[in-house]
Design a protein around this ligand. Structure first.
Ligand code: MRU
Length: 338
C-alpha cells in the first residue's frame, strides 16, 4: 500500500496527490511553511492525513526555528484549511506536549516532538485498521459498495477510513466491488480512490457524481461508506461536497449510509452541523481542469469544498472504538469518553 507521508531526516516526504494518477511523485517539505503550503495546495489532503501532516509540520518547525516562533508555527498550520477538525486536533496535541516540556533542554524537546508526530502517524494507521474491522461486519457480501471522494490510504496515514472498511470486508473474504463517485471538481474519486483500489487489486468502477441516484435505485448497491472531515455532537457530518446528495439518495432507496471516521474527527464542542466552517475554494477548480477551460472564461462559479449531511441520513458512524448509532448525542459522547 502507498506511503502517504513519512518523516525523514531531509524533511516530511509526501506523495503529491495533485499529480496522481498520471505521475507518482514525492515532495519533500523542508520546513513548516512548506508543510503548510502542501496542505493548502492539497498535495496532501484528507482529514486524518492533514492532522498527521500538521503534527509533523510542528515537529519540523521546532527542529529548525527559535522556540519564540512556536505559536507562529502552530498558527500558520492552523490557517491552511478550515473544515477538517483533525488539523486542529493534531496541532492541539503537539501544543499540549510542547507545554508539558517547558524547562527541558531544547534537544530533549526536539526529540520528543519528532517522537510524538511519529506516534500520531502510527496511531492513525491503527485507528483505520480498527475502523476497518468494525465496519467490515456491516458490509453485505456479494454487493457493490458506493463511496464518495477519497477516504483511503491517501487521506490518512495509511489503510483509510471508508476504504479501510472496504479493505476490511475484502480481508474477511467478502466478494464486493466498489463504485467510486468521480467527485467533481477535484476528482478525488476517479483520480485517487480508483488509483489506490486498483493498486490493491480491489474491483473498482468509476461513476460520475450524477449517476449515483441511478445506481442506488438499481438494487445492486449494498451500502454507501464515506469518510468525514468533522462530526458534530449530534452526528451531523461534514464531508466532501456531494456527500449530502448521496446520503439523501441512499435513504430514498433504502440503502444504508455509513460514515467511517476516527474519534479525532469528532467535534463534540459544537452541537450541530450548522456550526461547521465550510471551506470555499477557488472557482477555477470548477471552471478549469489542469489549466484547460471547461466553461466560458470570466463566468462566476461557486466551490464549497464540503457539505453537511444531517444525522437523520446516517445509518451508523464507524469509529476505532466501535459503531455509534442514533441518538448520536449519547452514542458519540460515550465513544469519545473511551
Ligand atoms: O478536500 P479533501 O480532499 O481534503 O476532502 C477529503 C474528504 O472529504 C474525505 O472524505 C475526508 O477528509 C475523510 S478522509 C479519511
Amino acid at each position: 500500500m502507498v506511503e502517504t507521508l513519512e518523516w525523514t531526516d531531509a524533511g516530511v516526504v509526501m506523495i503529491d496527490q495533485t499529480r496522481l494518477p498520471r505521475e507518482t511523485v514525492f515532495v519533500t517539505c523542508k520546513d513548516y511553511r512548506e508543510v503548510a503550503q502542501a496542505i493548502k495546495d492539497m498535495i496532501i489532503r484528507g482529514a486524518p492525513a492533514i492532522g498527521v501532516a500538521a503534527a509533523m509540520g510542528i515537529a519540523i518547525g521546532v527542529q529548525k526555528e527559535d522556540p519564540s516562533k512556536f505559536d507562529e508555527i502552530c498558527e500558520t498550520l492552523g490557517k491552511t484549511r478550515p473544515t477538517a477538525v483533525n488539523l486542529f486536533w493534531g496541532i492541539e496535541r503537539m501544543r499540549k506536549l510542547y507545554a508539558s516540556l517547558a524547562g527541558q533542554p531544547l534537544d530533549v524537546v526536539r526529540k520528543r516532538m519528532i517522537e510524538e508526530a511519529q506516534a500520531v502517524k502510527d496511531e492513525d494507521i491503527a485507528c483505520c485498521k480498527a475502523i476497518g474491522r468494525f465496519g467490515a461486519d456491516l458490509v453485505p457480501d456479494g454487493k457493490i459498495v458506493l463511496t464518495h471522494c477519497n477516504a483511503g490510504a491517501l487521506a490518512t496515514a495509511g489503510y483509510g477510513t471508508a476504504l479501510g472498511v472496504i479493505r476490511g470486508a475484502v480481508e474477511q473474504g467478502k466478494k464486493i466491488a466498489v463504485y467510486a463517485d468521480e467527485t467533481r471538481p477535484f476528482l478525488q474519486g476517479s483520480r485517487l480512490t480508483a488509483w489506490e483500489l486498483q493498486q490493491d487489486g480491489i474491483d473498482v468502477t468509476i461513476i460520475t457524481d450524477n449517476m449515483a441516484g441511478h445506481f442506488l435505485k438499481s438494487g445492486n448497491i449494498g451500502c454507501v461508506v464515506v469518510g468525514a472531515d468533522r462530526i458534530a455532537a449530534n452526528g451531523d457530518v461534514a464531508n466532501k461536497i456531494g456527500t449530502y446528495s448521496v446520503a439523501v439518495l441512499a435513504k430514498e432507496n433504502n440503502v444504508p449510509f455509513y460514515v467511517a471516521a476516527p474519534i479525532s474527527t469528532l467535534d463534540l464542542a459544537i452541537p450541530d452541523g450548522d456550526h461547521i466552517p465550510i471551506e470555499e475554494r477557488s472557482s477555477q477548480e470548477v471552471t478549469e481542469i489542469k489549466g484547460v477551460h471547461i466553461a466560458p472564461e470570466g463566468l462566476a462559479a461557486r466551490h464549497p469544498g464540503f457539505d453537511v449531511t444531517p444525522n437523520r441520513y446516517v445509518h451508523a458512524i464507524i469509529t476505532e472504538r466501535g459503531v455509534a448509532r442514533a441518538p448520536y448525542t449519547e452514542s458519540l459522547a460515550a465513544l469519545a469518553k473511551g
